[in-house]
Design a protein around this ligand. Structure first.
Ligand code: G3P
Length: 222
């Protein structure tokens, strides 16, 4: 995907389920057309196909289970997110931690299926370990800032710089995103100026009365 990337994780908020996902997708389509900045969405599984189909927006799954298709009940194999139209998946979000073996399995399986992996990490040491797995993206999100009003760009720019440095040393091809509390064009610009390839965010867009206005501001300084 073109850099810088704005990846919006819709999580499981009331505002992002079903019609809510459509509302955000309409806004994302509008701002993408207006600005030329790539905006991708990670909706709930049930919204992957409709969002991809109706809005031609790059769609990620929020998670994929490290299982092959077969006798598993209630699991979500990679083949299912791919057939729904996802171009990739988040892996190891702070709200859905995986063990290292399963992270590695997911990253390899996504690569094998021609899909993108965006592996989330919580600090610089974890980022170093995860970058060694060669995902397409590593997204650094300090857990204590997730869902808050103060962004990682404002509260902890050092974690961004240190993460970018460590990823460049270990796996220069891996792209770096950052997130947690991102809510303005200034937060996004700081993240990009510090060397990232974009941002991963959720609540500022999902919970907005006017998601298009927030997205317009987020991309305004790029
Ligand atoms: O995956 C995105 C994320 O955890 C950040 O959430 O609400 O702080 O933008 P938020």
């Amino acid at each position: 995907l073109k850099t810088p990337l704005v990846l919006v994780n819709l999580k499981c908020y009331t505002e992002s389920i079903g019609n809510g996902a459509h509302r955000i997708a309409r806004a994302a389509r509008e701002i993408m057309d207006e600005s030329g900045v790539t905006i991708a969405l990670a909706p709930l599984y049930t919204d992957i196909h409709p969002i991809n189909h109706h809005y031609d927006i790059p769609v990620f799954a929020q998670h994929v289970d490290p299982v092959d298709p077969g006798a598993h009940t209630g699991r979500m194999p990679l083949a299912a997110i791919k057939s729904a139209g996802a171009i990739g998946s988040l892996v190891n979000h702070s709200e859905y931690r995986l063990n290292v073996a399963d992270i590695e399995k997911n990253v390899s399986a996504l690569k094998g299926a021609g899909l993108l992996s965006c592996v989330c990490s919580n600090n610089v040491a974890t980022t170093a370990a995860l970058a060694a797995l060669n995902p397409n993206y590593v997204a650094i999100e300090p857990p204590e800032l997730i869902g808050g009003k103060i962004s990682v760009s404002e509260a902890n720019p050092d974690i961004i710089t240190d993460s970018v440095d460590v990823v460049r040393k270990i796996s220069p091809a891996v792209k770096v995103l950052t997130g947690a509390g991102i809510h303005s064009g200034k937060c996004v610009k700081t993240a990009v100026d510090l060397g990232t390839d974009g941002v991963l965010l959720a609540s500022s867009v999902v919970k907005a009365e006017d998601p298009a206005a927030v997205l317009r501001d987020l991309v305004s300084l790029l």
